[in-house]
Design a protein around this ligand. Structure first.
Ligand code: SF4
Ligand code: SF4
Length: 128
């Protein structure tokens, strides 16, 4: 079941040409549409739910929607990456709207945005 980029939350990582979600996808499935400054999953049929894109997004703009076998429409996992970036709290919502949260330790790996980033994003720590 593919991930989904919320266009309301995605800010395109300012004017980065290679935002973290694009860089982290091992299948090069996420691309940035420069005309609207948003990323999107271009090849959803090839997504295998490995989720580094979700963990790398500084805006928590990428959601993991559960397949219908696990939960029908509305069921989803939403990541909340801690400021220290070594934990993620997963917000799990079932198809009745019930919510549970799970705090999971995650690997920290520094990655840099490319040189095209605007001043406003300098100093941000993008890591998974
Ligand atoms: S990392 Fe997040 S905010 Fe940045 S371009 Fe990708 S989806 Fe948008
Ligand atoms: S879940 Fe994995 S394969 Fe799917 S878009 Fe994200 S990084 Fe790529």
């Amino acid at each position: 079941m593919p991930v989904w980029v919320d266009p309301e939350k995605c800010n395109g990582c300012y004017n980065s040409r290679q935002p973290p979600c694009v860089r982290m996808c091992p299948g090069d499935l996420i691309v940035k549409d420069y005309s609207v400054n948003k990323a999107y999953l271009k090849y959803p049929e090839d997504c295998w739910d490995c989720l580094p894109c979700i963990k790398a997004c500084p805006e928590e703009a990428i959601e993991f929607h559960l397949s219908y076998q696990l939960g029908s429409k509305g069921a989803k996992l939403v990541p909340h990456v801690h400021k220290t970036r070594d934990f993620i709290t997963w917000e799990a919502v079932d198809n009745s709207g019930n919510e549970e949260r799970f705090k999971i330790r995650t690997k920290v790996l520094k990655i840099d945005l490319d040189e095209q980033i605007e001043d406003g994003a300098e100093g941000l720590d993008f890591s998974i």
